[in-house]
Design a protein around this ligand. Structure first.
Ligand SMILES: *Cc1c(COP(=O)(O)O)cnc(C)c1O
Length: 495
């Protein structure tokens, strides 16, 4: 299977090369040239399999230049009991007769990013081997909280890699900061940046496009790489859990084969819901894909109108991982829905760059309407949804998951569609203790990791063991830089 660029179909790369490059040189996203098709026998075969086996089988359909043995080993390493606190890795929790929650936060950092970032470093490591690369990959990450920690946890002490994470000094939760500055591993670096997430991200982009720096680093034996969700190696492991959720429902007799389920995903960069789209394209019987946004509703507007309008107010919300104005992975969807029309993608992306907005063709608009439904949820509704789930179902959910639960209800009310729906839970409520406490009517007492205990005392919900262990950990990183100093930080890190 080859991968081509959404902006130039003449680019043709093997899977390993696509994982290593991350982004195509023309700025496009690397995308499989065909979507493998699965059938009833395939899904039934996986119904009795472990999550690890499911992952190896599904990923093997796309990564044909990796051996089955390799992928099986990677999946064992990624999703085993030393990493995940649930044997099913991504279990379904039944909420009521027609609602299930897909819990994606049982990994080492308690956010769904682990599902991909426990896998990507292994795919990359093998890719370096397969492509005969002798330089060390240096992963640069700008994070609004979850990605940085999950990437470090995945890359810590992986040979031939180093990772440097920048986070906005006052832009992450106390638990998220504690997670990052206590990270272990000889090849990791962490630095706070004075400014917001966009400043950190702009700094990283600047470093990536700095040709001189690139040459200096190459002389020292490094090349820069990204663990952002534009990398195919992050999307593919996410396709697995949608296949897996359907298999679980089959296995448990909740579903006849062929019956469709809807999926609802709390969305930021459009990576997670794009993975659901690929699962549907492969032949998993998925119905409506419900795209949930917080107050930053650029995607709701896009799915409703076919117009992407980036120039709009930016809101900081209690679901920060969804505070985003440009959802990069949408480019892959437009490519696919336009019949793989790279010229059409170039047209849209150029307009986005120049004018800050674009409109898709009538055919793509119609396809979007058919497949997706977009909705958004404000701050008060997010809190109210956390409170309601806790009261009605005894189920504590985080702020991002609550956005999904709320938008799922909006969809049901508007459409009358009562199909069994799986909504994705993307973080443990313990990552956002203060908002979750307030939502269920408590006053947060103390700060930082103290709130873990308070939330536990009030609700009795189990604290993920790695979060509980944060309190005893030593702070390893204390560096704060101005945004203009980020390059210097990278230079020093790669001495
Ligand atoms: C990253 C993240 C999201 C958004 O996922 P995308 O793939 O960017 O759409 C939602 N919730 C949480 C908790 C996240 O960390």
């Amino acid at each position: 299977m080859k991968y081509y660029s959404t902006r130039d179909k003449s680019v043709r790369l093997d899977g390993a090369e696509a994982v290593k490059q991350g982004l195509s040189r023309d700025g496009g996203l690397l995308t499989p040239e065909t979507i493998p098709q699965i059938d009833e026998a395939f899904l039934r075969g996986l119904a009795s399999a472990s999550y690890q086996e499911r992952a190896a089988k599904v990923m093997g359909l796309f990564l044909t230049d990796y051996t089955e043995d390799e992928l099986r080993t990677f999946a064992q390493n990624a999703y085993g009991p030393d990493k995940f606190d649930h044997p099913a890795a991504a279990p379904l929790r039944k909420v009521n007769e027609n609602t299930d929650c897909l819990e994606l936060w049982h990994g080492p950092t308690s956010a769904f990013k682990d599902m991909a970032l426990q896998m990507l470093p292994q795919l990359l490591s093998a890719a370096l081997r397969k492509t005969g690369e002798d330089k060390t990959a240096c992963i640069l990450v700008a994070t609004s909280g979850d990605t940085g920690k999950a990437a470090m946890e995945g890359f810590a002490d992986v040979p031939q890699t180093k990772i440097m994470v920048f986070y906005p000094k006052d832009g992450v939760s106390a638990v998220q900061e504690a997670q990052m500055v206590t990270q272990e591993g000889q090849n990791v670096g962490v630095c706070a940046v004075r400014g917001n997430f966009d400043d950190a991200q702009a700094g990283v982009k600047r470093i990536f496009s700095d040709v001189e720096l690139r040459e200096v680093l190459a002389d020292r034996g490094y090349f820069l790489s990204s663990a952002n969700s534009i990398n195919w190696g992050r999307i593919l492991p996410q396709v697995v859990y949608y296949v897996s959720a359907y298999c679980d429902l089959l296995r448990d007799g909740r579903l006849q084969y062929g019956k469709k389920i809807n999926v609802c995903v709390p969305t930021g960069n459009f990576g997670n819901i794009l993975a659901a789209y690929y699962a549907k394209r492969m032949g998993v019987p998925l119905g409506r894909l419900i795209c949930a946004s917080n107050k930053n509703d650029v995607l709701t507007h896009f799915l409703g109108t076919g117009s992407y309008v980036r120039n709009r107010p930016f809101y900081t919300t209690m679901s920060p991982s969804m505070d985003i104005l440009v959802s990069s992975n949408l480019e892959r969807l437009i490519f696919d829905l336009s019949g793989e029309d790279d010229a059409e993608v170039r047209r849209c992306m150029e307009l986005l760059n120049k004018a800050g907005e674009y409109e898709v063709s009538p055919a793509v608009k119609a396809a979007l309407k058919d497949l997706f439904w977009g909705g958004s949820c404000g701050e008060a509704e997010t809190s109210a949804t956390i409170a309601r789930y806790y009261k009605d179902y005894g189920y504590l959910i985080d702020t991002h998951t609550a956005v999904a639960a709320n938008v799922m209800e909006q969809y049901r009310q508007e459409s009358g569609d009562q199909t069994l729906t799986v909504f994705a839970s993307t973080a443990s409520p313990y990552k956002f203790c203060d908002h979750v406490l307030r939502a269920i009517g408590e006053t947060p007492r103390g700060c930082g990791t103290d709130l873990l205990d308070q939330l536990h005392t009030v609700t009795g919900a189990t604290i993920p063991s790695r979060l509980a262990a944060l309190k005893g950990k030593t702070r390893r990183f204390d560096q704060t830089a101005e945004k203009a100093e980020m390059e210097r930080v990278v230079q020093a890190f790669l001495q």
